[in-house]
Design a protein around this ligand. Sequence first.
Ligand code: B12
Length: 234
Amino acid sequence: MQTGECKKNRTKSIKKATKMSKQVLLEQLSLAVLNIDETAGVTAIENALSEGLSPVEIIEKGLSVGMLEIGSRFENGEIFLPQVMMAASVMNKLVDKVKKDIPATEKKEGIAKVVLGTVEGDVHDIGKNIVKILLQANGFEVYDLGRDALLTSFVEKVKEIDADIVASSALMTGTMQGQAALEEMLKEAGIRDKVKTMVGGAPCTEHWAKKIGADAYAENASEAVTKAREMLKA
Ligand code: B12
């Protein structure tokens, strides 16, 4: 017979083992992107899902971590552009595989409409695509302008669909200026007070959002969903 103390210790060690394996699973996901190994990524996703990790955790705490490390290695000159491109392609394919497992919220009437895009001059769209997936999964209707999207297209689309939110992504210090320009263009078009604006992308910060007069900044895709909801309540 097990004593109460013995049972407690066993439960503790099981919990510890579960925590450990979650760490390992996340590491496998991140390593698959880092090693540009799609096959390993698919296996890591299957393992993670069967161990109960959520698709959002898989993307944000696993695959994205690998992509960020790719960024650091590129910055340090340890790898070069072709490898970054290959890693980005593997990342996109793996995100696509996980996307179908994200439970979709039932569509409600009067759903919020979001115009989303990566600003002109900027072709980075991995992060923007993750934001899109999570917004859609949380019941938002997303109009994706893609990458290198003309600022005028953002304004036109907002007018055309009477959008609730316009969300712009910028990954380069140069293209961030497009987010500032968009604020001005929305004012000039007389629609700035009719739409909430949200900015994101690695070089953006809360301070940047405030400086350019955007309504919100989010550091990652999950936070983007939270901020989008908050803005609509305000
Ligand atoms: C992958 C990558 C590429 C890929 C892009 C592939 C693709 N389809 O996206 C390729 C190889 C094509 C590429 C090209 C270039 N790149 Co590049 N690239 C990167 C890299 C390594 C990773 C970016 C990434 O995907 N991160 C992973 C995702 C998950 O993170 P994320 O994008 O930040 O998104 C998250 C958040 O930021 C947030 N978020 C993102 N968007 C939005 C939007 C909203 C509204 C919200 C709320 C939140 C949000 O949520 C996301 C999910 O959590 C970065 C390094 C870095 N540190 O960012 C360099 C980097 C951005 N690239 C850089 C450069 C210079 C270039 C090139 C000019 C290189 C060249 N010499 O040709 C070209 C750019 C061409 C152009 N005109 O755009 C520089 C930019 C430097 C700067 N400060 O201006 C970086 C920082 C690398 C470096 N240090 O030099 N690149």
